[in-house]
Design a protein around this ligand. Structure first.
Ligand SMILES: Nc1ncnc2c1ncn2[C@@H]1O[C@H](COP(=O)(O)OP(=O)(O)O)[C@@H](O)[C@H]1O
Ligand SMILES: [Mg+2]
Length: 193
């Protein structure tokens, strides 16, 4: 699998970009701050519907513009697959083969990427959280169920943490609710919620 064509509109510093790639090593050369990383990032965003370096989607929209659009054609063994992602201030719209995908978990996984950027040295140097996030993102591309389970897990983790904080404040000895949350937390961790 490789990306044959990439089109950007209002993505970061690009008003418009059309690029084609070969099924080989592709080298992108340019001066500092010309947008080399932005091209790499856009390919990652096309695959993952989010950036590897910002959690704020609005950063991806070219300044003063309303939306950013990334389009690509992914060459696979059984043909070419058009993918499209539009990011606006209201949210994201993702299309595969011209069909809108209601759930991003359905969209992610149609195109597989592994990104390694200088900031990824944090994977080795940084906290376990950074490593976990990276591995979660990679597995999430292969398994929509994993993405779903991870969402459930994070939700219940947050609820339980919030409740633990409340318990500290209230100093109650009734742990019924905590027990329920703990049970749900275990089930979510096992992927069976
Ligand atoms: N949302 C944005 N709108 C317009 N320009 C942006 C946006 N985000 C980043 N840029 C510009 O993109 C350039 C950096 O591009 P980058 O891909 O990091 O460069 P490099 O070629 O060094 O990897 C900078 O000039 C920066 O001002
Ligand atoms: Mg760069």
């Amino acid at each position: 699998m490789y990306i044959e064509e990439l089109q950007l509109r209002n993505y970061r510093n690009y008003q418009g970009l059309e690029a084609t790639f070969e099924n080989k090593v592709n080298v992108i050369l340019g001066e500092n701050a010309q947008g080399k990383t932005n091209v790499m990032e856009s390919i990652y965003v096309l695959a993952m519907a989010k950036s590897h370096r910002t959690s704020n989607d609005k950063d991806l929209i070219r300044w003063e513009e309303e939306y950013a659009k990334i389009e690509g054609r992914i060459k696979k063994s059984n043909g070419s697959l058009p993918m499209q992602l539009v990011i606006s201030k209201k949210g994201k719209k993702a299309k595969v083969n011209h069909l809108e995908q209601r759930k991003l978990s359905q969209y992610i996984g149609n195109m597989n990427v592994v990104m390694f950027a200088p900031e990824d040295l944090n994977l080795v140097k940084g906290s376990p959280q950074v490593r976990r996030r990276f591995i979660d993102m990679e597995i999430g591309q292969v398994s929509a169920i994993y993405l779903h389970d991870m969402g459930q897990y994070n939700k219940i983790l947050q609820q339980r943490n919030h409740y633990l904080k409340q318990l500290q404040i209230k100093k109650t000895s009734d742990h019924t609710m905590l027990d329920i949350l703990t049970e749900q937390f275990i089930q979510a961790a096992a992927g069976s919620l």
